[in-house]
Design a protein around this ligand. Sequence first.
Ligand code: NAD
Length: 716
Amino acid sequence: MTTVAEAATHRPAEAGPHTAFRIEREGDLAVIWFDLPGEKVNKFSSAVMTEFAGIVDQMERANDVKRIVLASGKPSIFIAGADVSEFSKATTPELAREYTRFGQQTFHRFSKLPQVKVAAINGACLGGGCEVAISCDWRVISDNPRAVIGLPETKLGIFPAWGGTTKLPRLIGLPAALDIILKGKSLDGRRAKKVGLVDEVVPGAILIDVAKQLTRRGKRHDSTRTKFYIEGNPLARSFIFSKARKAVMSETHGHYPAPLKAIEVMEAGMSSGVERGLEREVEEVAPLITGEVAQNLVRLFFLSEEAKKDRIAAQPREIASVGVLGAGVMGGGIAYIVADKTDAGLRMRDINWNALAGGLKAASKIWRKRVDRRRMTRGEMQRKLSRITTTTDWSGFQHADLVIEAVVENLDVKRKVLAEFESLAKEGAIFASNTSTLPITEIAANAKHPDRVVGMHFFNPVDRMPLVEVIRGAKTSDVSLVTVAAFARKLGKTVVICNDGPGFVVNRILGPYLNESGFLLEEGNSIESLDAAIVDFGMPMGPMALLDEVGIDVAAKVATILRERFGGRIQQSRVVEVLYADHRLGKKGGKGLYLYENGKRKTPDAAVYKLLGVATPHPVNANEAVDRMVLAMINEAALILDEKIVASAAEVDLAMIMGTGFPPFRGGLLRYADARGLPNVVARLDDLASRFGPRFTPTSPLRRLAERGGKFTQPA
Ligand code: NAD
C-alpha cells in the first residue's frame, strides 16, 4: 500500500500529514481511496479539493498508471458532496467564483486524464460526489439501498457547478438530466442504471473487483449519439427547455432562482460546448451562493442537522413494543409509520372494529402507492401490514414500552385512557399524547406516573409531514423526553422539543393566521383570492384550503381550546363556528369553504358567502392580506419565545417550515421578520391595529426587541 506522495515516484511511504486520499497500486492500476480522517462522511472542503488537485497532478505525470479506480474508505458513503459549511464563507461573488472555479477545473482536469477511470460507488454519491463520478469513464454502484446517486444542489438554492450541469445532459440526455438537476433528485442503483447514470449495479462485496474489471473496457465513447441527434436539433431542444421552464415556474412561482439558472446554463452548454457551459456555471452560480435564498436554505439544512442531536443529557430507552390508541386519521398514520420504519412490535386499539379496519385501510393505501411505483414489493407490503395487530380491548398493551395516544381531542377521554393504560402498563412504560392543543400537564394531572407522560405531536398526513413536536409537561422526566424524541427521529421525523402550553408551537402560531383569514373572508374577500395571495407568498396552500384539509370540526375544537386558554386576548372570527354549525366538515365531508368531489377540491362554495352575510365577494388586496395573516403569526411567535415554549427562534423557523410548509426560501417565519426589519414589522402592526383592532397590537417582547435594535435570528 502506498500513499499519495509516493504514487508517482514509487518511493516507499514516509509518515506525512493526515491525508484524505491514499493510493494503492497494482501494476498499471491505481486505486484512489477517499477516507476523510475524523469524519463520518467524505466531503469536498477546499482543503480536500486542494489535495485532490494534487492527486490529479500526480496522475497527469504518472505514465505507468493506465487505469484508475476511485473508491471510498467509508462504509455506506461514497462522497456526500461539497462541505456545505464553506458556503457561508463565500461572502462575495468573487470568492464564490474562485471557490467554484477551483473545484470545477480540478474535476475537469480529472475527467481529461489519459487513464481509464471508474468510480466504485458503495454508498451515497451526491452533489460534488456525483460530479466527480461523472468525470470518470464508467460507474459501478452497490445494490445496497443506501447507495444513491444524484445532484441535490437546487435544494440548497444553487445548482451543480463543478461541471454537473454542463456534463450530465451529455451523459444521460437532456430530459433525464433536467429531471435530476431541477428537482435535486437522487436515484438508487436500479433507477440510475435505467437512465444511464451508472453502468453496473452489483452486490457490495464484489464492487471493487467489478470496478477493476471495468477499467479494462477502455475509454468511454459517446454512446448517446441518438439522444444528441434529437436534442442537437435546436428546435426540439428549445421546446424541451421551455417546457422545463414552465414546470419550474408552476412549481416554485419564481421564488427559487437556481433551477431557472440551471436551465440557462444547460442551454449554453448544449449550444456552445462544454467549455462555455463550464464558464457559465461559474458566472451564474456565484451570485446564487451569496444570495438570500441559498443562505436561507443552507441555514435550514444546518437547523435540520442540529435537530438530530439531543441536547438533554439522558439516555433514551429501548423501544421494542409500541401501542397506538385510536385508529382514526392520526392513529392509522402513526401505526403505518411505526410499522414502516421500525421493527417494534405493534398493537393498535380503538373502541370499535370499523375504526380499526379504517386505520388498516389507510395504512395499506400508503404502502400500495409505493408498490405501484415499484418502490416496494407486494410481499414487503404484506409483511409490514401484518405487523399492525389490532384490538378493541387492552390485550397486548401490558408489553408496550411506548403508547402513542391519538384518541379524540377531549381532555376527559385522554385522562381516562391514560388511567386505563397505567393500570396495566409495565414498569417504565411511556405514554405519549398526540394532542394538538391540550396541555400535557393537564392530561397528566391525575396520572400515577406523570414523569412518563410526554407530548408527541405529529402532523397530518403523518407519512408526509416531517415534523414532530415533542413536549415536556411540568413533570415529564428527561428520560421520557429523550426516548420519545429518539423514537420520532427513528421514524424519520424532524424533532422540535417544546415546553408545555396550549397549541405548543405550530398550532398556536397558526391560530392567529387562520383567525385573520376568517376576518378577511367576513370582510368580503373571495375564498380563491385569499388562497392565491398566500400561495403567491410561497405557502403550499392557502388558509381556506388548509381549514378544509384540517377539518372544520378539528379547527373548531382547536379554536375553542385556544380561546378558553387565552381568554379574550385575541378576538375571534366567526367563520369556523358558522361553518361548523352548518354541518360543514371540510374535505372529508365533501364541503367546507370549497366543494369536493371524490376527495378532489372543486370550486369555492358560494353558499359560504351567504352564511356569512357577504353579498358580493371581491378579490383581495394581496399585500395587505398577506401582511395581516403573516404578521399576526410573527406577533404570536414573539410571545412563544418569551414564554420559553421553545428555546430559540431558529426552532420556531424549523417548526413552521416542517410543520406548515412556511416557504423555505424565506428561511422561516422569524427569519422573514428579521429580513423585513423588526422596526418595520412593529410599525406595520401598529398601523393594522389602528385600522382593524387591538389583536394586531405588537406584543411587548416584539416591541422590546425592535426597540433595542435586536433580531430574532442569526445568519447561517
Ligand atoms: P379521529 O376522530 O379521526 O380518531 C379518533 C379515534 O379515536 C376514533 O377512531 C375513535 O373511535 C377513537 N377513540 C375514541 N375513544 C377511544 C378510546 N377510549 N380508546 C381508543 N380509541 C378511542 O381523530 P384524529 O383526527 O385522528 O385525532 C386524534 C388525535 O390527534 C386528537 O387528539 C387530535 O387533536 C390529534 N391530532 C389531529 C390532527 C389532525 O389533523 N386530524 C393532527 C395532529 C394531531
